[in-house]
Ligand binder design. Structure first.
Ligand code: AMP
Ligand code: MN
Ligand code: MN
Ligand code: MN
Length: 299
């Protein structure tokens, strides 16, 4: 059977709009056979996703997308095949969640000073009540008709230099890759074309990433053009990194980006899943603890 991989998705555990269970159902209906749930800075959605994946007979890869500050930029590092009960990983993520909680209140205060009342409360009401990200603020401002769409909100309110922007320190690249490795996972640079880096800076990022033990970059992803895919396939080859593919699906509201509809990886890349036969086959939330896997070989 041909596998269809989607290794980057979000649920209501972070800033997606489908619950983990509904995300898995939609992925299965779209023909995805190997799905990674990679919520921002949390693994909270994985138990529910794993239970539904098991019911539907698709493979759920336990993942996360960690927010990193690298050279004054925010860079996202995806972790795949995690043992999610790993203390180093969970302590690291807890620190990021603390920062997120403070930042959400601070965004609310700054927008209030700018004349936009109740934004914190509004964003919170659109979230799960725990992880309140910029996307929730963006959706709230669109509801309030203060902007045409979420992209417009980011441009006018939530990016560097704009009234609701709050700078801050996310994890270091070394720490994020370290937590993922501590949890037995594989670290992947998410959507590398999104950072606006020159070729030299991309090489610096990927070089550091590999020194810390990172293994892959997303070559095919929702925000990459076909040219981006070929550019980063070449980077992967030059830096001896594996290639990953994931939609970065956040919900059915973005009709141009669907689960499991990615173009193939360019032929000269080695897919991150090339040796997964011996890895996570069946994430089983019914077993004693999350992060326990049955293997294809071991049964
Ligand atoms: P946060 O991690 O809370 O700072 O929010 C980052 C998230 O905001 C990303 O994962 C995207 O889902 C979303 N995002 C970032 N930039 C934009 C943009 N220009 N338009 C729409 N969504 C964006
Ligand atoms: Mn997001
Ligand atoms: Mn991202
Ligand atoms: Mn993402």
């Amino acid at each position: 059977m041909n596998s269809i991989y989607d290794l980057h998705t979000h649920s209501t555990a972070s800033d997606g709009t489908l619950t983990p269970g509904l995300l898995v159902r939609r992925a299965a209906a779209a023909g995805v056979t190997v799905l990674a749930l990679t919520d921002h800075d949390t693994t909270e959605g994985l138990a529910e996703a794993g239970a539904v994946a098991r019911e539907l007979g698709i493979t759920l890869i336990p993942g996360v997308e960690i927010s990193v500050t690298w050279g004054a930029r925010t860079v996202h590092i995806v972790g795949l095949n995690l043992e999610i009960d790993n203390p180093a990983l969970q302590t690291g993520l807890a620190g990021l969640m603390d920062f997120r909680a403070w930042r959400a209140e601070e965004i609310g205060r700054r927008l209030a000073k700018h004349g936009i009342e109740q934004a914190y409360e509004g964003a919170k009401a659109l979230s799960n009540g725990v992880l309140i990200g910029r996307t929730h603020f963006a959706r709230f401002l669109v509801h309030r008709r203060l902007a045409a769409d979420t992209g417009d909100v980011f441009k006018r309110f939530l990016t560097n230099g704009k009234p609701g922007y709050v700078a801050g320190q996310w994890a270091t690249l070394e720490a994020a890759v370290g937590w993922i490795r501590a949890a037995g996972g594989q670290a992947v640079v998410a959507h590398p074309a999104r950072y606006g880096l020159t070729r030299t800076r991309v090489q610096a990022l990927l070089g550091e990433f590999r020194e810390h033990g990172g293994v892959a970059i997303e070559v095919v992803t929702g925000s990459h053009s076909r040219d981006d895919a070929f550019t980063f396939a070449r980077h992967a080859r030059e830096q001896h990194l594996l290639a990953s593919a994931g939609s970065d699906f956040h919900g059915p509201e973005n009709p141009w980006l669907e689960l499991g509809r990615l173009p193939p990886l360019p032929e000269d890349c080695t897919p991150i899943w090339h040796d997964w036969r011996h890895l996570a086959r069946d994430f089983d939330p019914a077993l004693a603890k999350p992060g326990v896997f049955r293997t294809l070989l071991g049964g």
